[in-house]
Every structure is written in structure tokens, then in C-alpha cells.
Design a protein around this ligand. Structure first.
Ligand code: F6P
Ligand code: MN
Length: 326
């Protein structure tokens, strides 16, 4: 079996930026192995789901495990020579090494509302060249991926030449899986938080109504719905068997641009999705082309099987443009 170090070292030409990229990915894998152990082992001294009393920079409630994971990732990246750390859990970019060549954006613990439910959670990351500054479009990414802490600890990784999947063993080593990662073009499964349906815009409401109408409606076939409330877990399923994920902008206060963050959630997942033959849009254009204006910027995020995303985009072009500002 090929391990992660052998696999990614074999893809590097030895050029300085590629070497720095490999070092950062290996540091993230080391951090993920540590996080997987923290999650798995019983520890009566800490309540991982305890809230910190304060919201993080995004306005989400910070849990104790969010902060522990952020510290594990930050220490690993500092030691790996990373230039700047962009974290969901930090207000501003964190400068690390003056001579670093790579910026790492990270959601250290995605899906943290599921911590105490024993559902899959994960770590999402995006690597960018330091020379171009902290706020770059997703197209500039050198690599991206996410770890899932679930029944298995896994990694989906792209370095811009397709997507590869890995599974961690009991000693914390990630092994390449024999899986040609490709999102099936067709699907009859959608993922959306239907509790927000009264706030949806017309294109999203129209698309979902057509799915729910099933064989009796314009789509002429029945659909299924899944929503885990954990982006990494919903994404892994879509990479595995197809599907679409929708977190659109909606009319709730503070949700006009949806919930997910561009820099450390949507852009890295969009890079993986495009590399696996799917598509990722905000309803008006590719998520990969959006230039962030600030670290915690939100973005409507619709991705998955490309023929179904085409159908969602068709609804947007028929109807009002997606909500932009309050
Ligand atoms: O990081 C944000 C997140 O937890 C994602 O993992 C998940 O997809 C989403 O929020 C769930 O949002 P909601 O609780 O509104 O359904
Ligand atoms: Mn998250």
C-alpha cells in the first residue's frame, strides 16, 4: 500500500514551492492523526462540546474541541515553515514564518455542532502561494482537501491532478485507497436544510419543489434527501455516490450569503469537486473564481454532480438573481 508521504513526494519536482506544499500537507496529516486520537479516546477531564461562551470570528459558537483542534493545526503548520495561517477560529490572518512559501487556510473542526452526537466531523484545508497575499481566488490553490473523523479517519486530497483518497491506520499513517475519485454526473439525491425552506429564494425553492414532486413532477423521477449538518460528511457521500449539496443565501438575517465560508470551506471543497468532475457554483458563477474580500466571507454554496448543478443554475437564470445584500 502507498502511504501519503510516498504518494505526494512522488508528485513533487523538488522545486521549492512544491516542497513547501508537500511539507504543509504532511504537517496537516500529522495534526489530523492527533485530532482523531483526541476525538476517539475517552477523557473525563474535558467536555469537548462545552461552549466557550463567545462566538468565533464568524459568529458561530466556539466549542472546546474547536479551540483544541485549532491549536493542534497551528502548532503543526508553524513547525512546517508555513508563511501564514488563516483559520475559522482566528479573527485575522496569523503570520508564522517570514520565509514561508505557502499560506494555509483551514477550518480545524468542521461540523462541530455534531461533536457530542458521534457523527462524522472533519478538518478542511486550502494551500495557496504566499507570494500572492492572503486573499486569492480558489483557482490559485496549490492543493486542498479534508479529513473526516468518522467510522474511518480519511483524507480526500487534490494537488490539481485529480482527487485521491486515503485512510488512516491505527498508527496514524494515511494509505492511498484504490478508488478513482469521480463524482457521478447524474444523481437523484439532494442535500439541503429544509427547515429553512420558507426563507429560500425562488430558484432554490423551484429546484427543490421539482425534486420533491418526484415522478409526478417535471423531473419525471423520484429523489432522495440527506442532510448531515456536517459539510465534510455530506461532501464525502457526494464524492462517493453523487448528489448535490445546497447551502444557498436565504432571507434570514445574516444568511443572505448563506452560511459557509469561502476561504476555508467552500473554495477547498470546490477545488476537490472540480477535480473530481463535478461543479461548484454560488448560483451565478464558479466558486473557484470568487476573490475573497475578507477572511470570514460567506458564499452561497451549491455543488455536486454536474448535470444536476446545471439544472440548479438553469433555475437561477430563469428567475431572480441570487440574493446579494441585506
Ligand atoms: O461549518 C458550518 C457547518 O457546520 C457545516 O459543516 C454544515 O454543512 C452546516 O454548517 C450546517 O448548517 P445548519 O446547521 O444551518 O444546517
Ligand atoms: Mn465548518
Amino acid at each position: 500500500m502507498t502511504d501519503l508521504r510516498t504518494y505526494i513526494s512522488g508528485r513533487s519536482s523538488g522545486e521549492a514551492l512544491q516542497t513547501a506544499t508537500v511539507e504543509a500537507i504532511l504537517a496537516l496529516a500529522g495534526a489530523a492523526a492527533r485530532i482523531a486520537t483526541v476525538i476517539r479516546e475517552p477523557d473525563a477531564s474535558v467536555d469537548f462540546a462545552a461552549t466557550r461562551g463567545s462566538a468565533n470570528a464568524d459568529g458561530d459558537i466556539q466549542k472546546a474541541l474547536d479551540v483544541i483542534c485549532d491549536e493542534i493545526v497551528a502548532a503543526a503548520l508553524l513547525a512546517a515553515g508555513v508563511a501564514t495561517y488563516l483559520s475559522e477560529e482566528r479573527e485575522d490572518p496569523v503570520p508564522m514564518n517570514d520565509d514561508g512559501l505557502v499560506i494555509v487556510a483551514c477550518d480545524p473542526l468542521d461540523g462541530s455542532s455534531n461533536i457530542d452526537t458521534n457523527l462524522s466531523i472533519g478538518t478542511i484545508f486550502s494551500l495557496l502561494p504566499a507570494a500572492a497575499g492572503p486573499f486569492q481566488p480558489g483557482r490559485n490553490q496549490l492543493a486542498s482537501g479534508f479529513f473526516v473523523y468518522g467510522p474511518q479517519t480519511t483524507l480526500l486530497l487534490t494537488m490539481g491532478q485529480g482527487v485521491h483518497a486515503f485512510q488512516m491506520d491505527s498508527s496514524g499513517i494515511f494509505h492511498l485507497l484504490d478508488w478513482a475519485v469521480s463524482i457521478p454526473a447524474q444523481t437523484s439525491e439532494f442535500a439541503i436544510n429544509a427547515a429553512n425552506s420558507r426563507f429560500w429564494n425562488a430558484p432554490v425553492a423551484g429546484y427543490v419543489a421539482d425534486c420533491v414532486a418526484g415522478a409526478d413532477g417535471p423531473r419525471g423521477r423520484d429523489f432522495n434527501m440527506r442532510w448531515l449538518g456536517s459539510l465534510v460528511a455530506d461532501s464525502w457521500r457526494i464524492f462517493r455516490r453523487g448528489g448535490v449539496f445546497l447551502y444557498p443565501g436565504d432571507r434570514r438575517t445574516g444568511y443572505n450569503e448563506g452560511r459557509l465560508r469561502l476561504v476555508y470551506e467552500a473554495a477547498p471543497v470546490a477545488f476537490l469537486v472540480e477535480q473530481a468532475g463535478g461543479s461548484a457554483t454560488n448560483g451565478a458563477g464558479a466558486v473557484m473564481d470568487i476573490i475573497p474580500e475578507h477572511l470570514h466571507q460567506r458564499v452561497p454554496f451549491l455543488f455536486g454532480s454536474y448535470t444536476e448543478i446545471d439544472e440548479i443554475v438553469r433555475h437561477h437564470s430563469l428567475s431572480e438573481p441570487p440574493i446579494r445584500k441585506e
